[in-house]
Design a protein around this ligand. Structure first.
Ligand code: DAH
Length: 336
């Protein structure tokens, strides 16, 4: 018995209590009803009186030693049981909440829409599955006109996947009386299986302004303002005459990128000029097809590829990077 008391005294002294959990283990081991000290008392009870005399004192000393140790640590840990810092390892790295980002194409679309909104152009969108009338017929593409071959079209039965956002112009002109100023972004489709670098859909943004007395000068000034806002103050532009069945006269607009860097030379094929959009005065036949009197109203329109200017703006070299949804690329646009 004395031997046991000595062993347990040693155990009590050696037990390290460094937190609330250890304190509880200590209590269970020594002081609880099934703890080793209580067990000694059980044995003690059964001893003959004569032995009790010699054992009682050291046993009580052990008991108070164990209780003192318990009480002194109890105070220390009493409050820390609810103190999170005792349970949480504050040196671990924090959980990062992944922030999403807009796709670069959407960033550019929003910026373009904002610029034209500030000039009074309202946002409009149309369907991606179109009929021949809205995609071609009303836009003055004659049945057998070679211009219809300019665009390789996906057909869905009688309908087509729209090949350009110009179809939205027709829908709007059929619906409303002039005047209107509209900006119309959207996805368009062309059957371009010519190389692995090409993509069968891309994005355009279309502009339309129809009113009494709209002139080519209004078109030039509107596009000039847009270029200064989007590409930077002082960016030079030029217009080259062109052909589209739905505008007369028609033009293409270039911006001056310069020839200083190899990149500029590559992008501009050495000319310094970058082609940005097609535009022109709405053809009288288009107005007539939408029941708008070309003797009363005139208008201008323009259409621009958004993928290309997104690539220019952010230095993206392969158009496929815009469509594969690689989060390593997309995450670079957080907060833009
Ligand atoms: N729809 C033409 C295309 O897809 C772009 C375009 C050119 C739109 C001139 C226009 C315009 O509104 O006036 O290539």
């Amino acid at each position: 018995m004395i031997q046991n008391i000595e062993t347990i005294t040693q155990e009590v002294n050696d037990f390290i209590i460094e937190n609330a959990e250890a304190l509880e283990l200590y209590r269970l081991k020594f002081l609880s009803r099934k703890g080793s000290i209580s067990e000694l008392f059980e044995v003690f009870k059964e001893l003959p009186g004569i032995e009790k005399r010699d054992i009682g004192k050291p046993l009580n000393i052990l008991k108070s030693l164990a209780e003192e140790k318990f009480n002194s640590h109890k105070e220390q840990f009493e409050n820390t049981a609810v103190d999170l810092s005792a349970m949480v390892d504050t040196t671990l790295p924090v959980y990062q909440n992944e922030l999403g980002s807009f796709h670069p194409l959407k960033i550019v679309e929003n910026e373009l829409v904002d610029i034209f909104n500030s000039l009074g152009f309202d946002l409009s969108e149309g369907p991606e599955i179109e009929d021949d009338h809205h995609n071609f017929g009303a836009l003055n593409f004659a049945e057998d006109h070679p211009a219809r071959d300019m665009q390789d079209t996906f057909f869905i039965g009688e309908n087509v996947l729209r090949t350009h956002t110009s179809s939205v112009q027709i829908r709007e002109m059929e619906r409303h009386e002039p005047p209107f100023r509209l900006i119309m972004p959207g996805r368009v489709y062309r059957n371009e299986a010519v190389s692995s670098r090409s993509n069968c859909f891309f994005h355009q943004i279309e502009g339309l302004y129809v009113d009494k007395g709209v002139t080519f000068a209004d078109l030039k000034q509107t596009l000039y303002y847009f270029v200064q806002q989007f590409f930077g103050e002082g960016t030079k532009i030029r217009f080259r005459s062109s052909y589209f069945p739905f505008t007369e006269p028609s033009a293409e607009m270039d911006i001056w990128a310069g020839t200083e860097t190899e990149e500029n030379k590559r992008l501009t094929k050495g000319t310094g000029w970058l082609e940005v959009l097609g535009c022109g005065m709405v053809h009288p036949n288009v107005l007539k097809a939408c029941n708008i009197d070309p003797e009363v109203y005139t208008g201008f329109a323009f259409g621009m590829g958004m993928d290309r200017i997104t690539m220019l703006k952010y230095g993206i070299n392969d158009i496929r990077d815009l469509f594969v949804n690689d989060t390593r690329m997309l995450s670079q646009f957080k907060g833009v």
